[in-house]
Write a protein that binds this ligand. Structure first.
Ligand SMILES: [Cu+2]
Length: 206
């Protein structure tokens, strides 16, 4: 697997809220976050990372944590192809994420400013604590391109399908609304499907 240190470090995206007792296990309380996720002990970062996805997924996932130098390092090797990270936006509330291999590729490409994501199959990512995006003039700012003055908007717990979606062709909105599903970054190679559904409450097909 590619070295993910650059990856989520520079990412300026979503954020979180909503503590989910059903899956946070020993995840730290909001008060612990004042100094940022990077200053938390590794075990707390692990719990936080795991809290992004249903436990059935995160228990077997590779877990990355921030080392003292701020770089992401592998804290635990997984077996199910998913990788979880305790925080991606560096906002005052952590926004952990769990990604499958294709989603990991997608985020790596986004973070390194690749012209388009290289994943050839749809990626799936879970953000059970929500995230953030930024808006300008009622439109969502492309990832990492937000500027001072842009409006920061909270995303509720959600999951994503990371693959080229077209809002017009699919008849899906390009901004969040009552529908609860929309295409984020519409009109860019990084357009993807956002689904406002708490991953903590997803049940698995048997
Ligand atoms: Cu998104």
């Amino acid at each position: 697997m590619k070295k993910p240190s650059v990856l989520l470090l520079t990412m300026v995206l979503f954020l979180s809220l909503a503590a989910r007792p059903t899956l946070t296990k020993g995840a730290p309380a909001a008060g612990d976050m004042k100094k940022g996720v990077k200053s938390l002990p590794a075990d707390k970062q692990v719990n936080l990372a795991e809290s992004a996805a249903p436990m059935s997924i995160s228990t077997d996932a590779t877990i990355m944590v921030y080392a003292a130098d701020g770089k992401l390092t592998e804290a635990r090797k997984g077996q199910n192809g998913f990788t979880c990270v305790p925080d991606i936006s560096g906002q005052e509330k952590p926004d952990p994420i769990c990604m499958d291999k294709a989603a990991y590729q997608w985020f790596t490409d986004a973070m390194t400013n690749a012209p388009k994501p290289a994943n050839t199959v749809p990626g799936i990512a879970y953000m059970a604590r929500g995230g953030w995006h930024w808006e300008k003039d009622g439109k969502i700012t492309p990832m990492g391109k937000n500027e001072p003055g842009d409006k920061r908007v909270k995303e509720p717990p959600h999951w994503m399908i990371l693959y080229p979606f077209d809002a017009k062709a699919g008849g899906i909105p390009a901004t969040p609304g009552r529908f609860g599903t929309y295409i984020m970054y519409e009109g860019t190679p990084y357009a993807h499907l956002m689904i406002y559904q708490d991953p903590a409450r997803l049940t698995q097909a048997k």
